[in-house]
Design a protein around this ligand. Structure first.
Ligand code: UDP
Length: 323
């Protein structure tokens, strides 16, 4: 049985990956500093090390104690406006933290890294659709810090005996179908949890940001992907490396997108949702979609959960966390 270290495994995406790894009979240990992660999201029986990737002693303790076969890294700071205000802390966590993870992998001879990156590394793609080999011109410190980490991983792979899969994606949402995990945050900014909170009466009508974009209904189009589909893709990436395949950078997305109004309409088929027309939010491109051709080709993966399942599962999870 292969043993996997999931860094950031107490967080939203990491915890769904842990569930999926256990379902597929991997042995799992988690390292998380619990800054945005939650102990309760780490399943019973999974050893949790509370520690920080920017502290080499914390990493060393895990790598020394647990002889892991692979590392999956989800521990990142991910809030774009915050990254603009605090670039130093973003680079410290998202780049220096990854440098130390690589350092530990080299010291302890761990050869496989699955790295959770972001489609923010592409910046503002011309037609809104990102392909893996497109130019990467991030437009904020968050995207820059993740791109720098990606590049460091690539250089390290050339220099040392390690391989990687780097995953890039946009709008992750939804919750585990058995409600064992979901997005927990007291600073929700993403549209899906804002919609479900509004449906549940935890907040008033949502505000739709901008109706004058060059899209069919005038609202922004995004590539929403169910967190369980995403978790499954990460495990396919892990198996791909364990099977001896060569390093790759892979987008995860649906190849299509939904407008904010389409989300509102879908939500209304589940429970009543009202909205108001708001102004554009600064920095929002009209369309962002991740091409998933390569994921299909290399991993035989494509998302299977639709928009209704994304909204419904988040709605059910949020219901369990009554305000
Ligand atoms: N959005 C909105 N109202 C909100 C939050 C978001 O209309 O209260 C829109 C936002 O302008 C964007 C889309 O929903 O077009 C997705 O935004 P989100 O913040 O969820 O993710 P992003 O695409 O910015 O990463």
């Amino acid at each position: 049985m292969k043993k996997v270290l999931v860094i950031g495994g107490a967080g939203y995406i990491g915890s769904h990956v842990v569930l999926e790894l256990l379902d597929q009979n991997f042995e799992v240990v988690v390292l998380d500093n619990l800054s945005t992660g939650h102990k309760e999201l780490v399943p019973k029986g999974v050893k949790l090390y509370v520690g920080d990737i920017t502290n080499y002693d914390d990493l060393k303790e895990v790598f020394k104690t647990e002889k892991v076969d692979a590392v999956m890294d989800f521990a990142a700071k991910i809030v774009v406006p915050e990254s603009v205000k605090e670039p130093l802390s973003y680079y410290h966590n998202n780049l220096e933290g990854v440098r130390l993870i690589l350092e530990a992998m080299v010291e302890f001879g761990v050869k496989h890294l699955v790295f959770s990156s972001t489609a923010a590394v592409y910046g503002e793609p011309e037609n809104g659709v990102c392909q893996e080999d497109d130019l990467k011109i991030p437009i904020n410190p968050y995207g820059e810090s993740k791109l720098a980490a990606e590049n460091l991983i690539k250089w390290s792979s050339k220099a040392y005996d390690l391989d990687y899969v780097i995953f890039r994606y946009f709008n992750v949402a939804g919750a585990d179908s058995r409600l064992r995990s979901g997005l927990i945050s007291d600073k929700l900014t993403h549209i899906v949890p804002i919609i479900t909170e509004s449906m549940l009466g935890y907040r008033g009508p949502i505000s739709v940001f901008g109706f004058d974009y060059p899209t069919p209904d005038g609202t922004c189009i995004r590539d929403y992907i169910h967190v369980t589909d995403l978790a499954i893709a990460h495990i396919e990436g892990l198996k791909y490396l364990l099977n001896g395949n060569k390093s790759a950078e892979i987008n995860l997305g649906s190849n299509a997108g939904y407008s904010v109004l389409e989300l509102v309409n879908e939500a209304n088929t589940i429970s009543k949702l009202s909205y108001t027309k708001g102004p554009r939010r600064e920095g929002d491109p009209a369309v962002l979609i991740a091409s998933n051709k390569r994921a299909k080709k290399l991993l035989n993966w494509e998302p299977t959960r639709n928009l209704k399942e994304i909204i419904k599962s988040d709605y059910e999870f949020r219901k369990t966390r009554k305000k």
